[in-house]
Each structure stands twice: as C-alpha cells, then as structure tokens.
Design a protein around this ligand. Structure first.
Ligand code: ZN
Length: 351
C-alpha cells in the first residue's frame, strides 16, 4: 500500500503533527481526490478545538473540509464521476434521501451525519476520500484555490444573502468583515447593490477588505461601549433613526451583536453564523414588534450554492481573497496564528 503525508490531530484540542500515513482507499460510493487546494481556516480551528464534536472515538483525525482537487480513484457503485474530474467538496455529511435533501436543501438534512474532516478524515493531506455525494463539479475556469474558497468561504455568504434577501435597498453591517466569510460576504452584498458597513476589531485588517471591494464598503468601529457602538453604526448607516437593515454576525461577540440589534432599521434582519455553545442573545419580545425585526440563523449552504459560489469566482464576479499559500508542513503554524488572532482572509494549503 502506498503512503502519503498528512497533517494529523491525535486528540481534540491537541497539537497537529505531520505524519506519513497509508493512502486511503475509496469504499463503495466514495471517490479519492488528489487534494490541490484546501483552506486553513477558523472554522477548521474551531473543529480542531472540539467545537463541532469532542468525541475521543473520532481521533486521531485528519482535519480539513474546504478543498478542491482531481478525482484519482473511484469506489464501487459510483456513477457520474471518473478519474480526472475536477471537484470541490461539500462540508456536511448528509443522507441524500430525506425531504430536505430531496428538494436540494442538504444543509437542512434531517439525518445529518456530521462534518467532513470531523466525523471522517479530511483534506489536510495529499489525498482525501470523499463520499461521491459530497464531490461537486468544479466549474471550468475556476482554479483549485477558488474551489477551496467557494466550498465554504463564499458558499456561506451566498446562503446568508438569500436568507436575509439582501438587495440594493439594504445597508448591511458585517461584523467580522476581515475574516474569510466576512470579506467575501462584503463583496457579495456590494455586488447586489447593498451599502456595506464593515466592522472588525483590527483596523488594518479592514484596509484589506477595502482593497477587494474597490472602496465600496465603509469601515465602522465597533469597539467600546455598546450604546456608543449602536450610535456610530446608525450614523454610518445614514442617520440617527436609520440603522442597517441587515446585520450579519460572523464572530459571536454578544455585546457587538447587541449593539447591531439596537442600531437595526425598521424591518431589519439579524443573521447569526456563529455556533458558540454557551452564548445567548435574547431581546425583549416587544423589540421584535417595534421594529418588525427578525433574527435568522444561517446554516452553511446548499450544494447548488457551493457550485454557484465557484461560478462567481470562475468568471471574475467575485475576487478570491487568498492571503497566503502554504505547504502541509506549515499548517500547524498557521493554526497557531489563527488561535492568536493574527490571521485574516484565507490561507490556502497546496499539499
Ligand atoms: Zn438528508
């Protein structure tokens, strides 16, 4: 059996190490993919820390789910995929058979079976085995790095924009605008004609958002007392009474979210993307009524949205934000930097 290099996690919240392991073989209904690009991101850092599952039976584990590559072997019973096909990965392990799956809403699968890279080995490796259902076609013209971004970093914002029905009448406050989801969401909302207010905790990270949106976004400082923050956000949105109509929280800081809620315009929508286990946000019931406001959760993306995200990148409607390209041996170090808050945009592993 041949071997390969992989970045392995021995236990949840433990260190990552580079090991030589057996190359995985695709079982029935699975394909093996030669990994060409995989995002090294905060979502994966959260998974490594045990934020999605901390079941010891699932380790040792090869993390990594935001990837694209080329099919190099096909298991028994796989139709429609063959060696040489360019694919990108779908993050959720779903049944393909429940009512939501059948109507194309795999992100709402009622027999959800876990996360790729958490409940089975992922793509921090030279090769990765993927259920054929999770191998989506990478559109011609999209690079592998673009596929890796589309897989989550842009697919998630596409879903958010649909959940909140973002259009040219909206002013969208993006909390955590310099992260990979934030930076692509800011671009996408601006593309849809919305005004975009970009908030992050570090000023120089916002310059980077500015660069990829051609100045279409306006920075807003969300540090400090929540009442002051709410005032500043309303002012940035155009007036004391007229706040943002959409607030998207990619961070999960409850005080900032509260300030965004307080600043919200009439008919506004707050969208939560964070999955912190113990943070709660509970406005008074009358506050929902007074502004006819809504709080929405946004759960990853559909398979169709993942492919559409890759199409947006393939034909240049959205600019991919790759801040660094690294090899497998650099991955543990990148995770250290993500943990210490130094990273922004998206680091791409090219094994
Ligand atoms: Zn299902």
């Amino acid at each position: 059996m041949s071997t390969m290099d992989a970045c392995v996690l021995e236990e949840w919240n433990g260190p990552l190490s580079i090991d030589t392991v057996d190359e995985p073989e695709p079982g029935p209904g699975e394909v093996r993919v030669d990994v060409r690009a995989c995002g090294v991101t905060r979502t994966i850092e959260n998974a490594i820390g045990g934020g999605l599952s901390d079941d010891p039976a699932l380790t040792p584990r090869i993390p990594g789910h935001e990837f694209a590559g080329v099919v190099d072997a096909v298991g028994e019973g796989v139709d429609g995929l063959e060696p040489g096909d360019r694919v990108l990965a779908y993050f959720y392990l779903t049944c393909g058979d429940c009512a939501p799956c059948r109507r194309g809403e795999a992100n709402r699968c009622t027999a959800f079976d876990g996360w790729y890279g958490v409940h089975r080995d992922g793509a921090y490796a030279e090769k990765a085995v993927l259920p054929a259902e999770n191998a989506l076609p990478l559109p011609g013209g999209a690079t592998f790095a673009e596929g890796a971004i589309a897989a989550d970093g842009l697919a998630t914002p596409l879903h958010v924009c649909r959940r909140a029905a973002v259009d040219d009448t909206d002013t969208v406050l993006v909390i955590g605008a310099a992260g990979r989801v934030g930076v692509h969401l800011s671009q996408l909302a601006a593309r849809r004609g919305a005004r975009v207010l970009a908030a992050d905790v570090v000023d120089d990270r916002l310059e980077h958002v500015d660069a990829v949106t051609d100045g279409a976004v306006q920075p807003v400082d969300v540090r400090g007392d929540p009442d002051d923050v709410a005032r500043r956000v309303r002012k940035a949105a155009g007036g004391e009474r007229n706040g943002p109509s959409v607030v998207v929280d990619t961070v999960g800081d409850v005080e900032t979210l509260r300030a965004g809620w307080d600043a919200l315009a009439m008919g506004g929508r707050v969208v939560s993307l964070t999955t912190h286990h113990e943070r709660a946000f509970g406005p008074l019931l009358r506050e929902f009524v007074e502004k006819e406001a809504a709080v929405l959760g946004s759960r990853y993306a559909t398979k169709n949205e993942v492919v559409r995200a890759a199409e947006l990148l393939a034909d240049g409607r959205i600019s991919p934000v790759v801040t660094e390209r690294v090899g497998l041996e650099d991955v543990p170090d990148v995770h250290e930097r993500i943990r210490s808050g130094e990273s922004h945009g998206m680091v791409v592993l090219e094994p």
